[in-house]
Design a protein around this ligand. Structure first.
Ligand code: SAH
Length: 326
């Protein structure tokens, strides 16, 4: 194997992984834990659409839709709560894995698929993405006594190569700075679309609120932590999402930024627990307990409620979005 920059390695490894594996055998995600997650995000999209002035037609887009569960649950809730939004919207899914596209087609038959944002038509939109950015390739820079280096992957493992990127000079030796260029590019492209037509995008992912130094590259294979460099394509590689960097990129392009707030507070404000309760009321005791526990798993700070964050960006002039009020 030739030497590759870390982001090229991660892109290649994940493309191979998502093309050949059922990622949900290795990890689970919020929409797979409870239907209530997709339902409240559908209601968020509906209220946000109204705040954007109820543009019609409008695109409801999901980036990295996995099994299509979130979108199917969202559409069901939208049909009930806001039929006018359901009537105005067309569904677009941004997905690179042919394998997952086939799974998504069963859950959301009337969707239009795209490889990336570039082929999504211009126009008003509401976009949702759960655990999308964490799968996108990162670069890593390492501070040495002599200055910053960049991490590559060679036959013998990590290699540090000289680099001349503008990075903070006062970082301590050994500090690692990560950068997810595809995520920054995605945010900038959305922000410029939101200047031309009403739009908003919601991202839920795991990562700290403030940028800092540290190595967050992780690999999961068969549900267990693995060495990220072992057998590329057999493990899911992820990194923490740098919400502060994404918010700054959106602001620099003129978009409004809402949040980030911890996922637990966001979902509680949207009524996650009330909806779970209402669902549980009609179920036998064991199933009712499972529904309530699933909601708590997403919301409680010591489970997914604090490490995961919600961040939205929108056209300027849009009022504070649901669950993300300062
Ligand atoms: N949102 C889903 C799935 C998360 S897994 C859930 O919460 O269950 C990440 C998803 O992003 C998968 O669908 C994967 O195939 C997709 N993906 C990964 N890299 C991508 C890329 N560069 N462009 C589009 N989709 C991508």
């Amino acid at each position: 194997m030739s030497t590759e920059r870390l982001d090229a390695f991660m892109a290649r490894a994940n493309a191979a992984y998502y093309a050949t594996h059922d990622p949900f055998a290795d990890f689970t995600t919020a929409p797979e834990i409870t239907q209530v997650f997709g339902e409240v995000l559908g209601l968020w999209a509906a209220v946000t659409w109204q705040m954007l002035g109820s543009p019609s037609p409008v695109m409801l887009i999901e980036a990295g839709p996995g099994r299509g569960t979130l979108m199917a649950d969202a559409l069901r809730a939208i049909s009930r709560a806001m039929p006018a939004f359901r009537a105005a919207l067309s569904v677009h899914l941004i997905e690179t894995s042919p394998r997952l596209r086939a799974v998504q087609a069963r859950a959301v038959p009337d969707a239009v698929w795209h490889d990336d944002l570039a082929s999504v038509p211009a126009g008003p939109m509401v976009l949702l993405a759960n655990e999308f950015f964490d799968a996108l390739p990162i670069r890593q820079f390492v501070k040495q006594a002599a200055g910053w280096t960049e991490r590559f992957v060679g036959a013998a493992g990590f290699e540090e190569h000289p680099c001349d990127e503008p990075l903070p000079a006062d970082a301590p030796e050994g500090a690692i700075q990560e950068r997810c260029e595809p995520a920054l590019g995605f945010i900038r492209a959305l922000a410029s679309r939101f200047a031309a037509a009403p739009g908003a995008a919601l991202f839920l992912d795991y990562g700290p609120e403030h940028s800092g130094f540290g190595d967050s590259l992780q690999a999961l294979a068969g549900g267990k932590p693995a060495d990220p460099l072992d057998a590329p394509g057999t493990a899911d590689l992820t990194a923490h999402v740098d919400f502060a960097a994404l918010a700054a990129a959106a602001r620099a392009e003129g978009a409004a930024v809402h949040g980030p707030v911890p996922q637990g507070l966001f979902l509680a404000a949207l009524g996650l627990f009330q909806r779970a309760n209402r669902l549980a009321m009609h179920l036998p005791p064991a199933q009712a307990a499972a529904v309530m526990d699933a909601a708590r798993r997403l919301g409680e700070p010591n489970r997914m409620g604090r490490l995961f964050k919600a961040l939205a960006i929108s056209s300027t002039g849009c009022p504070a979005l649901p669950g993300l009020e300062a």
